[in-house]
Design a protein around this ligand. Structure first.
Ligand SMILES: NC(=O)c1ccc[n+]([C@@H]2O[C@H](COP(=O)([O-])OP(=O)(O)OC[C@H]3O[C@@H](n4cnc5c(N)ncnc54)[C@H](O)[C@@H]3O)[C@@H](O)[C@H]2O)c1
Ligand SMILES: O=C(O)[C@H](O)[C@H](O)COP(=O)(O)O
Length: 392
């Protein structure tokens, strides 16, 4: 148990891209915001609590000699934080496990649906291999299974802990039409994922397969991916994360079927839930009650209910919520510019990301027999007369 050394008023430094800051943290003291990518030791003068996103490297170089006692990251991934150093220094650390997992699943289903449409496939008929079956992977498995997809699951740490029916990476590569990567980025130990997909691994993909990476870029070697994509034009790539963000290899981008700027988890719900989970953790650490419900931070969605007519395209509600090609076009448009401008543009696209709601924010009714399939995709079912309905 960590000693609680702090009592309000506190000085809190937070990434300017965390939503809900005023409402969640302002009463604890002085709240200062800054762009996270370039935070340096000089910014931490007198700071007690540091709240970051994945773009801030939280390591000894940043924290040495600082007054910070609590670090929170409003993200699922924690590879940007040296947790061993924090523990050694007695600095409390909290992340936001699962905060944007639903958003990543929405993104993944939407992109896979688009890929199937473009290549004349039926998503329900595909065999999907999922690598990393945690908060994201297990939700994805549930929704794909409800759609009727055949699944292969690979998660060696869970396999060792729980036993049961799992596949090896080699089996996933050999048997899957679609391979989805949802592992953390780790560099040490028997499950290390850094460059887990090198040239030899990628060459084992079955003909015509699609790889989707919404985990961390460096789980696939970018160099190997360019080589294999060039040699194997039968393969498709859906990439939300990139080795060396915010720099992206233009060659790799040119091979991607869908390319997005690390926004798979960027639903409004996901981002707000991240901040809210940090507030819960900080209040608990301070020994203070925290009573703010998550719902108080979320506005009503612009469209809360949709009725699909008999001839409506069943992918319509997915596209209504989110069109990955909009993000894809915005990212590719940066590539007429210099490398420096592209990197700045990558961060700008993320900073100014438009409001995107989760599938579950939309209640569907339907005049066709598509309803069970749409509900399996994650849309809500109950139709209340109180919600605004749009007929399409
Ligand atoms: N693109 C985005 O916007 C976005 C959003 C959220 C999370 N992420 C990334 O996705 C990752 C997964 O998220 P999550 O919430 O499911 O995390 P999680 O920790 O709940 O699950 C990760 C799973 O991967 C498994 N795993 C670890 N090493 C593995 C290996 N070598 N092979 C197969 N499985 C392995 C773990 O056992 C665990 O079950 C995060 O660590 C984060 O880096 C990206
Ligand atoms: O790990 C996560 O939660 C996601 O990758 C998250 O969406 C990262 O977003 P960022 O913190 O870079 O804004």
């Amino acid at each position: 148990m960590e000693a609680r050394l702090l009592t309000p008023p506190l000085k809190i430094l937070a990434d300017e891209n965390l939503p809900g800051l005023q409402s969640l943290f302002a009463e604890l003291g002085e709240l200062v915001t800054a762009p996270g990518r370039h935070l340096g030791a000089a910014d931490l003068h007198g700071v007690d609590v540091l709240l970051v996103r994945s773009v801030t490297q939280v390591r000894a170089e940043l924290l040495q000699g600082s007054s910070v006692r609590f670090v929170g990251t409003a993200t699922i991934g924690t590879d940007h934080v040296d947790q061993a150093y924090l523990a050694e220094q007695g600095i409390a650390f909290h992340s936001a496990p699962g905060c944007n997992a639903e958003a990543v699943v929405d993104y993944t289903l939407n992109c896979l649906w688009q890929w199937c449409q473009a290549t004349g496939r039926d998503l329900a008929q595909q065999r999907v291999g999922i690598l990393g079956v945690g908060n994201v992977g297990s939700r994805l498995a549930q929704r794909l299974q409800a759609l009727g997809c055949e699944l292969g699951l690979c998660d060696p740490p869970r396999q060792r802990r729980e036993g049961g029916d799992w596949q090896s990476l080699a089996e996933i590569l050999r048997e899957s039409d679609i391979v989805c990567l949802h592992t953390p980025l780790t560099r040490e130990g028997e499950d290390a994922t850094w460059h887990l997909f090198d040239e030899a691994t990628l060459l084992q993909l079955r003909p015509g397969a699609c790889v989707l990476n919404a985990g961390r870029g460096a789980v696939i070697s970018a160099e190997a991916m360019v080589k294999v994509a060039t040699a194997r034009p039968d393969l498709s790539w859906i990439l939300d994360v990139w080795e060396q963000e915010p720099q992206i290899d233009p060659q790799l981008l040119s091979h991607a079927f869908i390319a997005t700027p690390h926004i798979a988890g960027y639903s409004l719900e996901g981002k707000v839930r991240g901040s809210w989970m940090l507030a819960q953790a900080l209040y608990a650490w301070l020994g203070l009650p925290f009573n703010q419900p998550l719902s108080s931070l979320l506005p009503e969605p612009a469209v809360a209910a949709v009725h699909l007519n008999a001839d409506a395209d069943p992918s319509l509600p997915m596209r209504l919520i989110y069109d990955p090609f909009q993000d894809d076009r915005a990212l590719r448009a940066l590539f007429t510019r210099s490398p420096e401008e592209r990197a700045l543009g990558f961060d700008r696209l993320r900073r100014e990301y438009p409001v995107r709601r989760e599938f579950s924010s939309l209640t569907l009714s339907c005049a066709t027999n598509q309803l069970p399939r749409l509900h399996a995709l994650g849309f809500s079912q109950a139709v209340s007369s109180a919600v605004k309905r749009v007929d399409v």
